[in-house]
Design a protein. Sequence first.
Length: 62
Amino acid sequence: MKACSSREAAKKLGVSLMTLQRCIADGSWMKAPKLQTVGGVKVRLWSDRDIKRVRKLMKNLQ
């Protein structure tokens, strides 16, 4: 299982990075992966499972 960045996750989900970040900040319907420190920088590492879960949530909103 390869982890990907929020930018890559947004691309896989078919939304912009800004949209994904807004959904994370809003926190009302989507739980994002926890922040991890990589090389002194905090990032979210998205697994395939995380992306599938969010994709399913997005379908339920439509």
